[in-house]
Design a binder for this molecule. Structure first.
Ligand code: AGP
Length: 617
């Protein structure tokens, strides 16, 4: 899941390319490169690591009004300069950047090597560059249509590919000309005045133009400074919809915070206000959603709900399962998106399938939704990025309106997803057995959420002290029950992904069936135990850990004085109704992982081996 950019127009391309790559760096930061088409030739600069080292290597950029850029998340071949993009095809007549995975690259590569093509990298992407060069070699020039030969060569080449691609390509013999194409990986075109921008998502384009085209699968865009056209890979021109660009997709400043993750943790109260704005209907004591596109009959006939997603989004799906089953009494299945597609479960009619995703680009979730849709089931998205692939592919959905989430470790998206799932539970519940009074109480509780999070955030200093105490741990256990079991999983994931400490989340009662063997003086256990149905049970689980010398950190209600007699460290949070507790109890867990990662000198916003949106399967 790399980030690609391209530019053709009247200005020097370098400034947009570098700035655009900075805005896409959350998609991958193993290596980066640019190609700038000057008067005479194409200057390629590549470097390992972050965009800053590329900018340093580039120094004063060469002039040129046509260019490509790429930031890499390695799928094939290590993070080296040879494997960095742009890649060259033939003997330099083709220059290409690619985001995606080509599954049949080895077979194609063998064929090209037989034809005498020389490979300089271990990547799958270089195959595409040589394929296009081969396409050019096979396609004689036509005087009347100067572009045709190049378009034909690209169409021929991508016709051989099995896998996913978002790519942009320029040609040594064709200044001022760029072709972009997509299948499975996101790609957008920014429509300027005498200039055009290509990017993996809208963020590089914001502030450059307010008109955008979201390319669909199998579409190619042919761009020059004078204009652009969009073609289908196998057939001719297609009409495209130039849409206004959402302002919020722009440059995101740190606003004085040291890291995006900390900023996004503190943005949660506002993110929840945005998620609820205009969606709580006091008159009917229910929630309203403008984009679900469900008729009252369809709503009433829903007999089962599948919630699917990956990583943190899968954790919020687990919270949603508890909420919807409890409040709406509709059976819910939670599926790892990467498994759902291949597990091929029997899905009854009248089943709604929700794909939960912050980025809207996660390939596993997109594939799972497409598979269930292909089988005739209604697919809906709970998503944070307007116009994203999953939003486009679904029959309807709910936007989170949480604003851009840049930190790779998802925080405000989790709490916003849980908030939307609570409103969906109310929405479905009020079409069934949830009374008006209960609906009113739920709305009241939801409206108190932002203030409850603001109060929970006051534990920051307390959490920092606990982080200092346990920053050298090599294993940590997270334990909770009912609604707080998914929160335990989420807390463990946050610590793993940004501090690289091994951590596991479990239902607290599961400990005695094995994991308790891990308990010793160096393995702290974090118990998520606000007051609730299973409080006493969790307390006994905590005693079992204490009895084996395990240090215990408790996330507990501020009114809970008993807990201090047992736990080694207590972090207090405000009381909340049980079904909303994950939205509150996760806050100290987010802060704990953040402070431990900072104390360990980790790159909090861009942790190793990860990327913000996983656009490859
Ligand atoms: C969470 O912190 C991670 N960034 C990751 O697990 C993420 O939740 C997962 O890749 C799903 O992403 P999505 O919500 O954008 O689909």
């Amino acid at each position: 899941m790399c980030g690609i950019v391209g530019y053709v127009g009247g200005e020097d391309a370098a400034e947009f390319l570098i700035d655009g790559l900075r805005r896409l760096e959350y998609r991958g930061y193993d290596s980066a490169g640019v190609a700038i088409f000057g008067d005479a030739d194409i200057a390629i600069t590549r470097s390992v690591g972050r965009i800053q080292s590329l900018a340093d290597r580039l120094g004063t950029p060469p002039p040129g009004t046509l260019g490509l850029g790429h930031t890499r998340w390695a799928t094939h071949g290590p993070a080296t300069e040879e494997n960095a993009h742009p890649h060259i095809g033939g003997d330099g007549e083709v220059v290409l950047v690619h985001n995606g995975v080509i599954e049949n690259y080895q077979a194609l590569k063998d064929g090209l090597i037989e034809k005498g093509y020389q490979f300089t990298s271990a990547t799958d992407s270089e195959v595409i560059a040589h394929l296009i060069a081969e396409g050019l070699a096979q396609t004689p020039p036509t005087d009347d249509q100067p572009h045709a030969r190049y378009v034909t060569a690209v169409q021929w080449a991508i016709g051989q590919l099995r896998g996913t691609y978002g790519l942009a390509v320029v040609f040594r013999d064709k200044p001022g000309f760029l072709i972009a194409a997509r299948f499975g990986s996101p790609l957008v075109i920014g429509v300027g005045r005498g200039e055009y921008f290509v990017a993996s998502d809208a963020s590089p384009i914001a502030g450059r133009t307010d008109r955008i085209v979201y390319l669909a699968d199998h579409q190619l865009a042919v761009l020059t400074a004078d204009g652009f056209s969009v073609l289908h890979r196998d057939s001719g021109k297609v009409r495209v919809n130039i849409q206004p660009l959402e302002a919020e997709s722009g440059e995101v400043s740190l606003n004085g915070y040291e890291h995006y993750m900390l900023k996004e943790i503190y943005e949660q109260p506002d993110a929840l206000r945005n998620a609820m704005r205009g969606r709580l209907n006091d008159q009917d004591a229910t929630a309203v959603f403008g984009g679900l596109n469900l008729t009252p009959q369809q709503l009433r006939s829903v007999e089962r709900i599948i919630l699917t997603g990956c990583g943190t989004s899968w954790h919020s799906a687990l919270v949603g399962e508890y909420m919807i089953e409890e409040l709406a009494r509709i059976p819910v299945c939670v599926e790892y998106a990467s498994e759902l597609r291949y597990r091929n479960p029997p899905i009854e009619n009248n089943t709604l399938v929700f794909g939960i995703t912050q980025s809207g680009e996660t390939a596993d979730t997109l594939a799972a939704l497409n598979e269930t849709k292909r089988k005739g089931h209604r697919t809906l998205a709970i998503c944070n990025v307007v116009g994203s692939s999953i939003a486009q592919a679904s029959d309807g959905g709910v936007y989170l309106h949480a604003g851009p989430e840049i930190g790779v470790a998802s925080t405000k998206a989790f709490t916003s997803q849980c908030c939307v799932l609570a409103m969906l539970a109310l929405y479905f519940g009020r079409t069934r057995h949830t009374s008006f009074e209960t609906g009113e109480r739920i709305i009241e509780d939801l409206r108190r959420l932002p203030a409850m999070i603001e109060q929970a955030l006051t534990c920051d200093a307390e959490v920092r002290k606990v982080a200092e105490k346990y920053q050298s741990a090599s294993n940590v256990l997270y334990l909770g029950r009912r609604y707080n079991f998914p929160t335990a999983l989420e807390g463990a994931l946050k610590l793993k992904e940004i501090s690289y400490i091994h951590a596991e989340g479990y239902p607290a009662a599961e400990m005695k069936h094995g994991p308790i063997a891990l308990v010793d003086a160096d393995t702290p256990s974090v118990f998520i135990m606000p007051r609730g149905t299973t409080y006493d049970k969790v307390l006994s689980n905590m005693e079992e850990v204490k009895a084996r010398g395990g240090p215990v950190i408790a996330i507990a209600s501020s009114e809970d004085t008993e807990i201090r007699k047992i736990a080694d460290d207590v972090i207090t949070i405000p009381e909340a109704p049980e079904f909303l507790q994950p939205i509150i109890t996760v806050v100290p867990l987010q802060l704990l992982s953040y402070h431990i990662a900072v104390l360990r000198g980790c790159d909090v916003d861009k942790p190793r081996n990860l990327a913000k949106s996983v656009t490859v399967e």
